[in-house]
Design a protein. Sequence first.
Length: 234
Amino acid sequence: MERVTVSSARYLRVVTFQVHGPESAVDAVLRDRVIPRLLAESPVVDVWQGRRGAADRNRVLASTWTNAVGTSASPNDRPAADIASLRSDDVEALGGVEIGSLDELPLAVHARFVRPDVARVLRVFRGHVRPGELDAYIDEAREGMTADAAANAGLVSFALGRRDPDDFITVSTWTDWGSIEAATGGNTRQPIATRNASRLAHFRVDHLELLPEAPVTRADDGPGHHDPTLEAAT
């Protein structure tokens, strides 16, 4: 296993949104225009775009950044590049999107792993720890990530952002659902399980399909960037 630690990224942003136009056409614009346009922005390091399924209009756009850009929704403020891309003319021409939520958190953990297979599943984990236990949880999550990556070839990327005092969001990408089950102890009857639950007061997990064939890293970022197996490895 080769691990690539992404040192330049400092912030994690997670946008939830709902599409209104023809889903296949919107997904094509997201893949071919929105994501490449976002990756062309100098502060953006990684981008992942997930969907729940062909019949579900809910989407997630997650990205890592070298600097904070803020979450202000004021019409007087210039929107960040991810929001601006989702509101661009080519998306609006297909019915536009409705932004559901926007989170920006400082990154505590960020790594990618070179794998023979591309990532196909996006896991977004939102957690709230018991008071005073966030640092300990992050240490355990980092150790767990390293152990999972060594034993499980399905983990492709991992990014954990913290919101003091007690909240965090983890975004990870995986080659398949079975790899997530093996890492979390979940199964088809209890798919949201996590092995680090002792410090958690509550949590929510969303599993999404990564938008097929969409780029997720800057073309010049990290070793092996010309290797197509890294297309979805962040």
